[in-house]
Design a protein. Sequence first.
Length: 248
Amino acid sequence: MIMEVLVRVVLGACVFAAVWFLFPFAVRRLSEIRLCRLCRARRAIVLSYDDGPGPALTPRLLDLLGASNVAATFFVLGRNAEANSDIVSRATRERHEVGSHTFGHGNAWKVGPLRAARDLARGIGTVRRLGGDGRLFRPPYGKMTLATLADCLLRGQRLGWWTIDSKDTRDSGARRPAEDILAEIRSRGGGVVLAHDFDKAQTQADAAPGATSHADYVMDLTERIIGLAETDGYRLMRLGDVMRGARE
Ligand SMILES: [Zn+2]
């Protein structure tokens, strides 16, 4: 009798986990495959930056992108966007795409569904108020539950995934070498590159002799990808344009 109850509990937990976590994960994987195909078909590279704006790094990035006449996609954190609204305004004025990444960066797998819903709504509201695209959303850590997926769909959000992770938030020495990322772009025929533009606190490893700061890594990677696009004939596009199938 006890065994039977136990088996039912375990089976119930498995079914719950499959629906609650694995279904959104499967949706994400399918979307990523589609995104890879879209990028390859258009020979497109998307530069995407999460968690900003950072008052030190983002203006440097905007200068570099502007000098190269490149438009990128920023998934801003509501709390950082509110504190640096002038930078968000500059980004939208300069043709960059500004989507939402929640207000407080809550991990949907760890916070409750109500808290995740509030974080999502507040982030979208902030982006809309600051003139960004209130319909483009990237989940923090790429994590979603069935509740957050349903919430996004009900709010008419387009989910903006990435296909190539630079792992830039790791310490110097543990990040992916830029050459490695350029090689992946070449092998995939394009892609959506994930990096971050918040002002990351310098760690001991980043400050060691010969190490690179997070900001310098992101700047160098961006410059190299722009160079690759020029030499190898890729188009640097905004994520929403790739997803919409824009031809420009
Ligand atoms: Zn993030």
